[in-house]
Design a protein around this ligand. Structure first.
Ligand code: FNR
Length: 258
C-alpha cells in the first residue's frame, strides 16, 4: 500500500495512521517544533502527579522529581508537583480508620492521584527497600473506594549517593502498587552518585544519562497517552486474599476508562 508516495507494509500503515491521529489530537506549537526535530510529540491532555518520597529539605529525590516535572511539562503534560509532607499520615491503625476514617494526608494523596492520569514518584531507598512514610501513606490511601491507584499508570524513579542509585527500593515499591492495580512502567530510572549528578540548572551533568532520562519519560508519556485515548482493555482490580470465589464477598472494581 502507498502513503504519500511511499510503499508501506500494513504495520507501518497502522503506525502512520496513529501518527496522523495524534497530530490531529494535538496541533499546538511546542509539539510542532518537536515533530520538526524528529522527537516524539505528546498531546496536551495527559496529567501527572509527581512527587518525591523524601521529607528532607535538600533531598536528591526532590531534585529528580523536579527534573521529571520539567521534562513532562516541556512535552505538553500537565503537572501537579507535590512533596511527601503533603501526604503525611500517622502510622496506619485499623481502630483509628474505623472510628475516624483516613487522615488528611491520605485524603490529599487519594484526591491528587484520582485527579491525574498517571503518577511519577522519585523515592529514596532505605535499607534496600521503600521509605516507611510512603508505604504508610499508600496503605491509608488504599482504604478509599474507589481505590485510587487502580488503573493508574505509574513511573518509578530513585536517587541515591550510592552506586546502586536506590534501585532495590523501587523493586520493593512495585509490589504494593502492582497489587493495587497500578500499571507500573517496566523501565525505572535510578540515579547513582546523585549528590554529584545535577548541574546548576537541575539537569543531569552526564549527557548520556540526561538523554536516557528524557527518553524514559518520553516513552512513559506515550504509554499514558495511548492508555487514555485508546481505552480498549477492561480494567479490573481484584483484591485477592486467598478465599474461594464468592459473589457476596468479592472485592472487584472496574476502573473507569483512564
Ligand atoms: C539510607 N540510604 C541508603 N541508600 C542506598 O542507596 N541504599 C540504602 O539501602 C540506603 N539505606 C538508608 C537507610 C536510611 C535509614 C537512611 C536515612 C539512608 C541513603 C539515602 O539513599 C540517602 O540519604 C539519600 O540521599 C536519601 O534520599 P534524599 O533524602 O536525598 O532524597
Amino acid at each position: 500500500m502507498k502513503w504519500q508516495g511511499v510503499t508501506l507494509c500494513p504495520a507501518k500503515l497502522r503506525r502512520k495512521s496513529l501518527v496522523a491521529q495524534r497530530k490531529s489530537l494535538c496541533n499546538d506549537e511546542p509539539n510542532r517544533k518537536l515533530r520538526d526535530t524528529g522527537m516524539t510529540p505528546t498531546t496536551c491532555s495527559t496529567s501527572y502527579l509527581i512527587f518525591s518520597a523524601s521529607m528532607r529539605h535538600d533531598s536528591l529525590n526532590s531534585r529528580l522529581a523536579q527534573l521529571a516535572a520539567t521534562t513532562v511539562s516541556g512535552r505538553g503534560g500537565t503537572v501537579d508537583i507535590a512533596g511527601m509532607r503533603d501526604f503525611e499520615c500517622p502510622s496506619y491503625d485499623g481502630d483509628v480508620d474505623h472510628a475516624d476514617g483516613p487522615p488528611l494526608g491520605a485524603h490529599a494523596l487519594c484526591r491528587r492521584i484520582q485527579a491525574a492520569d498517571a503518577f511519577i514518584i522519585a523515592s529514596p531507598e532505605y535499607n534496600a527497600s521503600m521509605p516507611g512514610a510512603l508505604k504508610n501513606a499508600v496503605d491509608w490511601a488504599s482504604r478509599f473506594r474507589p481505590q485510587p491507584f487502580n488503573g493508574k499508570q505509574a513511573l518509578l524513579l530513585s536517587a541515591s549517593p550510592s552506586m546502586v542509585g536506590g534501585n532495590r527500593g523501587l523493586w520493593s515499591l512495585r509490589i504494593p502498587f502492582e497489587h493495587l492495580g497500578a500499571r507500573v512502567y517496566p523501565d525505572m530510572f535510578s540515579l547513582a552518585q546523585a549528590h554529584q549528578a545535577f548541574n546548576a540548572d537541575g539537569a543531569l551533568v552526564d549527557k548520556t544519562l540526561q538523554d536516557r532520562f528524557e527518553s524514559t519519560i518520553g516513552c512513559f508519556i506515550d504509554l499514558v497517552e495511548a492508555a487514555k485515548h485508546y481505552p480498549t482493555m477492561k480494567k479490573q482490580w481484584v483484591e485477592f486474599l486467598g478465599e474461594h470465589p464468592d459473589a457476596r464477598i468479592d472485592r472487584v472494581e472496574t476502573a473507569p476508562a483512564a
